[in-house]
Design a binder for this molecule. Sequence first.
Ligand SMILES: Cc1ncc(COP(=O)(O)O)c(C=O)c1O
Length: 382
Amino acid sequence: MEHLVNSKVKNIELSGIRKFFNLVADYDDVISLTIGQPDFATPEHVKEAGTQSIKNDFTTYTHNAGFIELRKAASQYVEKKYNLTYSPEDEVIVTVGASQAIDCTFRTLLEEGSEVILPSPVYPGYEPLIKLAGGIPIYVDTTKNDFKLTAELIEPHLNENTRCIVLPYPSNPTGVTLDVAELEDIAELVRDKNLFILSDEIYSELVYTKTHHSIASFLRNQTVVINGLSKSHSMTGWRIGLLFAPKTVAKHILKVHQYNVSCATSISQKAALEALTVGIDDALEMKDAYKERLDYVYKRLIDMGFEVVKPDGAFYLFPSISKFNKSSFDFALSLVQEAGVALVPGSAFSTYGEGYVRLSYAYSMEKLVTAMDRIEQYLKSM
Ligand SMILES: Cc1ncc(COP(=O)(O)O)c(C=O)c1O
């Protein structure tokens, strides 16, 4: 009966990151630096708020957009951090992770044949959702521009079918961020055009030397901001995302969200309230640890002769492996087999990711040291 399965669903594939992760699971003694998940526990007080929520029977449906105290806290968070004003009543939606916010946004904004511009290499979570919503992903090669999608690179791809531009900064898989001037240039380019920016800011709390800015500060009416607690508070399993949009758009996104999930989990919402209030600066400590790891791993890679852009956010490095004359898949596989270290082949992040591998440094320093030693040994033996 498989022939009856919707053709759009048949044509999408499982994420290359997961595929590689599963493949690695069959090998013994491999240090896997493949998953983009913080290695810290959810802060104790946040866990406690979740536990209390169960004990207090806060276990029923909430408002579809999330309970109002949480929406207020989310609104205050973006106000305080990014000077953005969103009404908790009708411009904030609490979603099931950033992933569901992305899905709802594409399904709300895209028509059959709508084009969506994406920087490439890019997080593989967008393309399948764009295609399911009838859209067409348009990948823009950023490899010669330090992985930054700038106004100059966007302009040649704009046409009457362009409905959305995805700005996922700080970026997965490269860790690169855009600065204020670059965001302003993009805002100028697209202002008053019939298109939206989907600004995926899930790594906004993990920017190391600069300050994170949102393009919504310059283009509020045309921007859907997506954030969440997965990375900032090490809450990937709690599944809490946050979506901010002008009310004319948010009211439509809310319908898609409502029929999709009714609401985010009530228990997780209580934990999220704690994270966004008492725990508003919880990410700082983790950020310091990531920064130390970034500096360490970056130096080791450079000393080994890798070409790699030094990123300023998230927890990834994206070194070039082009000089090894192997596809990114073959290089990553030989690294697993010969060195006992797993990195994700760059090809998992669209075609322009070929020639690179992604390394997540959201792992303990001890693991990172051993992994770097192993890679160094492997390169010497090549
Ligand atoms: C750029 C980007 N956006 C969204 C997500 C999904 O976040 P969540 O786990 O909150 O759904 C990820 C997860 O890795 C990501 O890297």
